[in-house]
Design a protein. Sequence first.
Length: 594
Amino acid sequence: MPPTRFSQKKASVWKAELDIDQIVPPPAPYQLPRERHPRNWSKPRRIFIVCIICNLLLPIEMFPTLYVGAQPQIQSYFSSSFLLVTMGVGLVNLAIAFGSLLGAPLSGLIGRRLTYILSSICFTGFATGSALAPNITACLVFRFCAALFGSTAIPIFNHTVSDLFTPEERVPLTAIFTTLLYSAPTFGPVPASLMGQHVSWRWIIALSAFWAALFAVVLLFLPETDLNVIKRLYRASNEGVSPYQVCRTQFRTKDAWQTLLTPLTMLVLEPIFLFTMLYYAFVHGVFFILLQVFPLFYRENYEFSLSKSGLVFLAPWIGNLIGAVVYFAYLQPKHTHRRQQLQYKNDQILAQNPHAYVQVELKPETRLPGLLIGVVSISGGLVWFGLTSTPRLNFMVPIASGVPIGAGLALVNISLLAYCTDLYPSLSSSVIIAGLFVRSLYAAFAPSFAVHMFQNIGRRNSCLILAGICLAGLPAGCVLWACGSQVRFLSKRAAQDESYVMRDVTLGLDTYDNRKDSGTSDRKPIRRNSSSRRSANSFAQGDRLLYEQPGLEMAPGPSLQPSYDDIQGPGVHLEARARSSNPFLVEEIPRSST
């Protein structure tokens, strides 16, 4: 780092002078003690922290669907219309859509711990206000505020797991907690309907508040897990600066706005990402449509009580578990095995020719088999329910249709997120946030028109329409699978084929020919490869991520720019450094002899 220059006088432009009073070298960085690194804590402690945070998120995830068990009581108690009462689910999803956008910038400014604490306290307070509301308007407003502040903790859970565990350690944990959090909304109507048969609707809504309050108290005693925040606070304590001043300095940065707007910018500027997220939102909204249709259908045709009508959601919940098991027990290990085979093949090729071009990573299209299976499963389940939704058949026949629907929902959601994460590896955090935003925004309006659609055109036709729209994902997925590279070529930010093949490309940086001895001083710049389809100028502007490598570890820094772990590539050592103007520039450094 060059010396920092401080001057009390302004430079005289007319005299071509520059007065320098002193040259002060930058302070030496503080070395963080090893025991303060989150990944060096004991494994039981790290697992305990993740379990506490997961239990904090469960009532927030179940908040929209727990309301279904109290919905008949609320409609009767306030003498409100069915459409107005249904808005209790839609407004919560609308709040989650906008609250999820605030989570990442907030955690980058004040840390994970304070974000979780503020989120849980606000959620507890507003959920309690919703349970004590004197009228339906107050109930809906309090529910909206509770979901808005509570959902800020949802998008940073994956970052917390990444803070505490290495990529190898978090594979089983990701499978377990992803299954729990994704299946929580599906399971929500079951306890809510059982409680609605015996207690007041106020206790059903207060259940989420009590649950969140319990773990909010435990969060007060948990440590900070964001390594960048830990380093900032450690340096502030050594320099005698209060943590308030550190946070105040971070609030002045413009990177918070960049992190806030990046998911929305991707939806506007990336057509492939936009259409993928729209389909992802539609599939997620199918569940919220059935959330309103299932109880009415079984109460009207089979005379189910409130508790029994809630138990029908056990079928899609079991389907969610089956879909998650299929993905994490079969599809994910198969993907890992193919990656290992690719690495073994690369080792053999490079052993014969160290400068050969090799494919260093699997392409995003390898994530699509789960999508295709899920599309067929959801469409088949909807057709099953539409054709068997008649009182002449036993009630178990239409109930069983929820199993393939739930399994397909899990497969499509997990596979699409994995595909988009590999498609934009350096923007994986923004991909997850954009997915939460779009799917929650669609789910906010789906329950309102779902009941009217089923009442006006019938259950059979409605299910066939939903199945037909869902089945459109099958040919689209096949096109992506077969022509994925051509589709990605049309994108500005998606990883291109050059991202997965080592090439010699001049990046406009201090890059040199690494084939020569690293000890020589007369290294020459690398000659541009004419086969590259992108100019160095566009790469320098960050429009193309030629050397981007899927699977790099994301660790949002204090400036909220992505940082990467060093990776070993064939023949060169690639080091990705985040920069304020262009966080995606890559430099080539000669690999050491070791």
